[in-house]
Design a protein around this ligand. Structure first.
Ligand SMILES: Nc1ncnc2c1ncn2[C@@H]1O[C@H](COP(=O)(O)OP(=O)(O)O)[C@@H](O)[C@H]1O
Ligand SMILES: [Mg+2]
Length: 374
């Protein structure tokens, strides 16, 4: 899918995150006439030359450009800039659920039940769509995300809940991920993966259950001192009843979580669509009003907490805290704007911010959009 007018340039503005393989930037897309719109730019680190990883990045870009759903981050464009792979996505201005949960875990504070269930319901809706998606030929793509985790669930200050990072996703037999390769974060793996059994889309549903449990408990579910211990805990699949940890969790929601966290996939809630429907029915009973505004509120509080860091929180009214969040985000925006003209450090090498400009890219040799595999 293309934007109606092609941007003439992409510019990185500030770095959001950097991992072992790629980094994600907040950036802008400039259009003819000079209009600028915010985008997120994911870039493979220059040190990554492994063809398997590069093929996986192409798979990720291809899937991201194909999938269109309110709960999935859309990829607009993918580029090969003289060997550097870029992916241009919608910028979700907010944080990952991990950013939010880290703080909640520190404080030992669970999320309110309606908000947690709403976030899980939105994630399930995105998964249900991906799991049933068909390609241009009408063939079921059999997508498995394989890395459903708080890192890859983005929450916007505007209240959106979107799944991203289809970097390990498996679309039927068209995946660069080799047989026997294990992806995903250990604490969110499904027991059948640890048992080295054949597995399918149910692994994503299990991860969804872990995420909901953690939001409601205010602590990690499967987390050992090292990866080996974490994996042992996943295999044992002991799930403490939520109401014993957080008395505000209702029996009905605990039952849904238990149905999702079954060790054997055959005992698990069958599809992400079933989960989304059940969660929606429960929400209608618990709090029919819950929705994007609750995520907005959560993100407002989160940015205040982030700014105050260790400062103890008073019992100030929510409205007061929201006002502070507003002020802080304006300050951050001004800071980002001031950075824009300067040379930015990209990985090890200082790079001209205009280096991502498309016009200059196409004047080079052999540069073009990444070609989808089929
Ligand atoms: N479209 C986006 N908008 C805003 N932040 C994003 C976006 N995509 C990724 N991020 C941030 O970057 C982090 C890593 O992105 P991800 O695509 O998951 O990369 P990786 O493959 O390294 O895990 C996310 O956890 C999130 O904080
Ligand atoms: Mg990720």
């Amino acid at each position: 899918m293309r934007l109606r007018r092609a941007p003439t340039q992409y510019k990185p503005v500030s770095r959001i995150a950097v991992g072992g393989m790629a980094e994600v930037w907040r950036g802008t897309a400039t259009f003819e006439g000079g209009d600028e719109y915010p985008v997120a730019i994911k870039r493979v680190l220059p040190s990554i030359t492994d063809p398997v990883f590069r093929a996986m990045f192409k798979d990720e870009a291809r899937l991201g450009m194909t999938l269109r759903h309110p709960n999935i981050v859309p990829v607009y464009d993918a580029r090969d800039i003289g060997g550097t792979y870029l992916m241009i996505m919608e910028l979700v201005d907010g944080d990952s659920l991990k950013g939010l949960l880290d703080r909640a875990f520190e404080a030992g504070r669970p999320m309110p039940e309606p908000t947690a269930l709403y976030i899980a319901q939105q994630l399930a809706a995105g998964l249900a769509y991906a799991h049933t998606a068909v390609d241009a030929q009408g063939q079921h793509m059999k997508i498995i995300h394989r890395d459903v985790s708080p890192h890859n669930l983005l929450l916007g200050k505007n209240g959106v809940v979107k799944l991203t990072d289809f970097g390990l996703a498996d679309a039927s037999d068209n995946s660069a991920l080799g047989e026997g390769m294990i992806g995903g974060k250990f604490g969110y793996l499904a027991p059948e993966i640890v048992r080295q059994e054949p597995h399918g889309q149910a692994v994503d549903i299990f991860a969804l259950g872990v995420i909901l449990w953690e939001m409601l408990a205010g602590r990690r579910l499967f987390h050992g001192r090292d990866d080996a211990e974490t994996v042992r805990k996943v295999a044992a699949c002991e799930v403490p009843p939520l109401p014993a940890i957080n008395p505000r969790v209702s029996q009905a929601v605990d039952e849904l979580v238990r149905h999702t966290l079954q060790s054997q996939p055959v005992n698990r809630i069958p599809t992400a669509g079933d989960f989304a429907d059940e969660a929606a029915a429960l929400l209608a009973r618990i709090d029919a009003e819950v929705g994007p505004k609750d995520v907005q509120l959560l993100m407002g509080l989160h940015s205040v907490m982030k700014a105050r860091k260790s400062e103890a929180r008073s019992a100030a009214s929510l409205q007061e805290e929201m006002d502070v969040a507003h002020m802080l985000s304006a300050e951050l925006d001004a800071f980002a704007a001031a950075q824009q003209g300067k040379t930015l450090e990209l990985g090890a090498q200082p790079l001209d911010p205009n280096a991502f400009g498309i016009a200059s890219l196409f004047s080079g040799s052999g540069v073009g959009p990444i070609t989808p595999k089929r």
